[in-house]
Write a protein that binds this ligand. Sequence first.
Ligand SMILES: NC(=O)C1=CN([C@@H]2O[C@H](COP(=O)(O)OP(=O)(O)OC[C@H]3O[C@@H](n4cnc5c(N)ncnc54)[C@H](OP(=O)(O)O)[C@@H]3O)[C@@H](O)[C@H]2O)C=CC1
Ligand SMILES: O=C(O)C1=N[C@H](C(=O)O)C[C@H](O)C1
Length: 214
Amino acid sequence: MKYGIIGASGRMGQEIARLFNKNGHQLVYRKDEKEVDASAEPEIMIDFSLASAFPETLSIIKEKSIPLIIGTTGLNKDNLTELHNLAAEVPVIQSFNFSIGINILSKLISQVNNYLDKSWDLEMTETHHRFKKDKPSGTALMLAELLKQPVEIHAKRLGSEFGEHKIEFASTGELISLKHRAYSREAFSRGVLLSAEAALELEPGFYSFQDILN
Ligand SMILES: NC(=O)C1=CN([C@@H]2O[C@H](COP(=O)(O)OP(=O)(O)OC[C@H]3O[C@@H](n4cnc5c(N)ncnc54)[C@H](OP(=O)(O)O)[C@@H]3O)[C@@H](O)[C@H]2O)C=CC1
Ligand SMILES: O=C(O)C1=N[C@H](C(=O)O)C[C@H](O)C1
């Protein structure tokens, strides 16, 4: 397929281009903060840029009227509402984490939730590379929303860490610890590839990555 990337020169943009090109797809549209490079009209658009780019992304998708896969974090509730409105016109697949593992972890957290009461303490830690611009991670915020009670999120920025999320549940007598760690950005680009290939067959609507995996 012919695809476009908003945030093409970024860490994720480069990883997505590597995996998509390996799978025979053609990158025909690249946008970064100051540059656009287009050789043909893309069939789908992928956005891994920055929250500050969101208004531009919205107008690009409205103008091109093609499916959007968006992984950019730091989006607020108004941004997500605008994505839902856009989904009336085109398929929108949105996730703060396109790794299969985090989607498994989400299901485990939801199950653990069912057994916990106020006598259990919860703590969450997310660890990312030193260049990450937002804090806490979008994944941590997404996981926190699955929990019945509020949880403090500790954010660590260390070296080249690709992304680790740990949730600990403790009573006065025992501890449960659930952790996911990405070993490379391919953990995310694989999910983006699955979503992009599915997007071409979807009706307009708002889809999570979980919807694509189901
Ligand atoms: N959902 C998921 O699975 C994952 C999500 N992410 C998220 O993806 C985003 C990108 O991460 P990462 O690649 O590490 O970040 P980088 O900082 O490496 O890349 C950001 C990219 O966005 C570009 N950009 C900045 N402003 C604009 C704009 N106005 N229009 C178009 N492009 C713009 C930058 O271009 P320039 O260089 O010109 O400034 C750069 O290419 C982050 O929000 C991160 O949290 C990351 C990994 C997985
Ligand atoms: O910036 C990153 O690298 C990542 N960001 C996402 C987030 O904010 O949750 C997903 C992943 O953890 C990597």
